[in-house]
Design a protein around this ligand. Structure first.
Ligand SMILES: Nc1nc2c(c(=O)[nH]1)N[C@H]1C(S)=C(S)[C@@H](COP(=O)(O)O)O[C@H]1N2
Ligand SMILES: [Mo]
Length: 250
């Protein structure tokens, strides 16, 4: 839920006191997001708890093929460093996506390994917090399948995923509910072709139920954890470090 919808809740008559009560309830049901304290805390908690209680299991809207955007917008520049350029020159044959952390069987997948796994396609919209969006068809392996193969340990709460340090260490995280949702895809193709580098190729995470910054490009690590403390500044997301909400449901 965006800052705007948060304001809508407040506009609908939920006072600061009401938010505090909602936060207490959310706490009781384990629905406090990692950024649930601090100045926007009660609002962030309310939007996360409301989504998880009311819409858990709901799916992002899927579109028809004719609705695919003709000119999808590649946001930002691909990594410019030599290591990435070297990988690109070889068609990313050495690119690896690792699955580790609180799992029974850590694993590492090449692009070929991912393509050989069960695939799923979906036509969804990527919406940036800056206001623009586009619709595309994404194909890949459900994150849930990779987690199932890895065997998630009990007590695990989050999945943290990142591009290599090469791109300023972009990373983000989601709860297990989002991670196991069938629309959360480790994506290697877009509109029927290899995922272009401009859109995060060779592999990106697609989290279509949340805002664009959760869909990390140039994906290289997937880590299951019970705490976000050991990653970056401990906020679970480079976007949160920049002031955005951790839970960015739409
Ligand atoms: N590694 C990495 N992932 C990223 C970003 C980035 O700069 N680096 N930008 C994010 C943001 S803010 C958005 S809106 C989407 C943009 O995806 P697009 O380039 O396909 O439009 O990617 C997200 N994932
Ligand atoms: Mo964005």
């Amino acid at each position: 839920m965006s800052e705007l919808s948060r304001r809508k809740w407040i506009g609908a008559g939920i006072t600061a006191g009401g938010l505090a009560v909602a936060a207490k309830l959310a706490d009781r049901y384990g629905l406090v997001p990692p950024d649930g304290s601090g100045i926007y805390g009660p609002g962030a908690t309310l939007s996360y708890a409301a989504h998880r209680l009311i819409t858990s299991g709901a799916s992002a809207r899927e579109f028809r093929r004719e609705q695919i955007s003709k000119t999808p917008y590649p946001n930002g520049k691909p990594p410019m460093d030599d290591r990435f350029k070297g990988e690109e020159a070889t068609g990313f044959v050495n690119w690896q996506v690792t699955v580790g952390g609180m799992v029974e069987r850590p694993a590492s997948y090449s692009l070929g390994d991912l393509k050989a796994l069960a695939l799923r396609s979906q036509t969804t919209q990527l919406s940036c917090e800056e206001g623009w969006s586009y619709i595309a068809e994404w194909t890949g392996v459900p994150l849930g399948l990779l987690l199932e193969k890895a065997g998630v340990n009990s007590g695990a709460k989050f999945v943290v995923y990142s591009s290599p340090a090469i791109q300023r260490g972009r990373y983000d995280s989601i709860d297990l509910d989002e991670a196991l949702h069938p629309q959360t895809l480790v994506t290697y193709a877009m509109n029927g072709k290899d995922l272009p580098v401009g859109h995060g190729g060779p592999v990106r995470m697609r989290v279509p139920r949340q805002i664009g910054y959760k869909s990390i490009k140039f994906l290289s690590t997937i880590t299951v954890t019970d705490s976000l403390k050991g990653f970056g500044k401990g906020l679970g997301s480079s976007a949160v470090e920049a002031g955005y909400q951790w839970y960015a449901g739409i």
